[in-house]
Design a protein around this ligand. Structure first.
Ligand SMILES: Cc1cc2nc3c(=O)[nH]c(=O)nc-3n(C[C@H](O)[C@H](O)[C@H](O)COP(=O)(O)OP(=O)(O)OC[C@H]3O[C@@H](n4cnc5c(N)ncnc54)[C@H](O)[C@@H]3O)c2cc1C
Ligand code: SF4
Length: 496
């Protein structure tokens, strides 16, 4: 266990954030690592509490708390404290394929369940994880591991987001021949085109791709699998086909259709274009992006974002870097409390206010929190050329379980760009239709209970396409569990 008295001796210290005034000048990652000595002290704060809720992934009151990968957190904290980084990394790698992704973007379900957080500050599990994987890359602990024997079985994975990559990684190491099909020009799914560069530098995904290729996985990018020849080819020439195509069907806003109103965009399209332009630019500075051009720009505009969550926050931060005149984020839910209430005790997932990096930047730049709670768009107005110019908002509240408008609460605000970040309603129709898989009312692919297998076929499904819109850590957990089932299907047993 770390150090017996570590949690009493050392205060929690997070990775150091570059200040908003400096970080909004570029699209660089802004969490700077602690020095090694400080990191060991942070690991020493883990008290090996005996019942490590941090690695439990328990469902309490309808929400999961603790790590969905069941990462062996107390073990590797102890090893970090003792300076055994290589061993610590091996223990982390046992349960997690891509700690470099979760160490950057995971909301740290583990820390919410850390016993230290009951009466104080949780262990910095998330930052410790990032330290371990980056140390492992730096010191050469991570090398291509090519299986010595191949099974001869062939698996096609459609979609290269975190779930598809986890399926591919597991099955390749097991000795199967794995080919991944991705419609975009780069692999990574929403890790690549969705989550902005400030949260996850795209070189991190390219580094992982190179490693996976060296281990034998074949990636076919720019390959959209559609009904007919392409889908049939996969079904005919592979022993199993795993669908990991995400939950990309954006929830629509009937009064503001991006197809019909100029200046209205789906959040992911907006974020993707910025990343694509940035990857072609000379550097990650805001000037280099502007010079590069070819993206949906918020420069000089009053931006309104409909919807909160990670996506809304990423849109705020990206709009700020473009040079938006103002940013307003509309949230239908009420402003959550700053601290846990009695109805939401530890170790439940805390339903508390989170002021994320984009919110902090908006507070710095515009002098106020951009979020307007219990508010939605009621009407929009366009100019003669069909460009959005203003919106009317209205306050909303839940009455008898229904969302209703608050009378006379309408407000008009200027808006030359409206971004829809209202979530997703399942996988896209064409992919599900290409493989004739049935879908639930939530738009997810139907499989047998507690299974990833589409009954009576050689098709499997994992990640957001199976679970619905979720998190990177869940996509990896689903990918791992799905791979085990595919392996059983192919071999009659599995040691994954
Ligand atoms: C803006 C944004 C920010 C987010 N931020 C976070 C965060 O900070 N932390 C976090 O944990 N989660 C975050 N999430 C959620 C997280 O990114 C997803 O839960 C996760 O990426 C799902 O992984 P996946 O592999 O199931 O699908 P995806 O990542 O969506 O990948 C699916 C892939 O399949 C490909 N594909 C689809 N159809 C086809 C086809 N027919 N042929 C070929 N390829 C196809 C797509 O191009 C895509 O690459 C965020 C989501 C968004 C939208
Ligand atoms: S993957 Fe997420 S929940 Fe699991 S240990 Fe890492 S930060 Fe915590």
């Amino acid at each position: 266990m770390g150090k017996e008295t570590g949690f009493l001796e050392f205060k929690r210290t997070d990775n150091i954030d570059v200040l908003p005034q400096d970080r909004i000048k570029n699209f660089d990652e802004f969490h700077k690592a602690l020095d090694t000595d400080s990191r060991r002290k942070q690991a020493a704060r883990c008290m090996n509490c005996g019942v490590p809720f941090c690695q439990s992934a328990m469902n309490l009151s309808g929400m999961v708390t603790g790590c969905p990968l069941h990462n062996l957190i107390p073990e590797w904290n102890d090893e970090i404290y003792k300076g055994h980084d290589k061993h610590a990394f091996n223990r982390l790698h046992k349960t997690s394929n891509f700690p470099e992704f979760t160490g950057r973007v995971c909301p740290a379900l583990c820390e919410k369940a850390c016993i230290n957080s009951q009466n104080g500050d949780a262990v910095t599990v998330h930052d410790n994880e990032l330290y371990l994987v980056e140390t492992a890359f730096k010191n050469g602990y991570i090398k291509p591991e090519v299986p010595s024997i191949r099974s001869g079985k062939k698996v096609a994975v459609v979609g290269s987001g975190p779930s598809g990559l986890a399926v591919a990684d597991e099955l390749n190491h097991r000795g199967h021949i794995v080919e991944v099909y991705e419609r975009e020009d780069e692999i990574g799914g929403l890790l690549m085109y969705g989550i902005p560069n400030m949260k996850l530098d795209k070189s991190v995904i390219k580094r992982r791709r190179k490693l996976m290729e060296d281990e034998g996985i074949v990636f076919h990018t720019n390959t959209n699998i559609v009904a007919g020849e392409k889908a049939n080819e996969l079904l005919n020439s592979f022993d199993a086909v795993v669908l990991c195509c995400g939950s990309k069907k954006a929830r629509s806003l009937p009064i503001a259709d991006p197809e019909k109103v100029k200046g209205v965009y789906n959040a992911v399209d907006f974020l993707t274009q910025t990343t694509k332009a940035l990857m072609k630019a000379d550097s990650t500075s805001v000037e280099a992006l502007e010079k590069q051009g070819g993206f949906i720009s918020a420069k000089g505009k009053n931006v309104v974002i409909v919807g909160g969550g990670d996506t809304g926050n990423d849109c705020i931060a990206t709009s700020i870097r473009h040079g938006a005149k103002s940013v307003t984020a509309l949230e239908m839910m009420p402003n959550p409390p700053k601290e846990r209430t009695d109805k939401n005790p530890w170790p439940e997932w805390p339903k508390v206010l989170k002021t994320d990096y984009g919110h902090q930047e908006a507070i710095y730049l515009y002098g106020k929190d951009p979020r307007e709670y219990e508010t939605t768009v009621k009407t929009i107005a366009v100019d003669k050329k069909g460009n959005i110019k203003q919106i009317e908002t209205v306050k909303v509240t839940f009455r008898d379980g229904k969302l209703v408008e608050v009378p006379n609460s309408e407000k008009t605000i200027k808006c030359e760009m409206l971004l829809i970040a209202a979530g997703f309603v399942g996988c896209e129709d064409y992919t599900a239709e290409a493989f004739s898989v049935r879908r639930s009312q939530r738009g997810t692919v139907l499989t047998a209970d507690d299974s990833y297998h589409v009954a009576g076929s050689k098709i499997f499904c994992a990640g957001d396409m199976h679970r619905g819109q979720s998190l990177v850590v869940w996509a990896i957990a689903e990918g791992r569990a799905c791979a085990r089932e595919v392996d059983e299907y192919l071999m009659g047993y599995s040691n994954l």
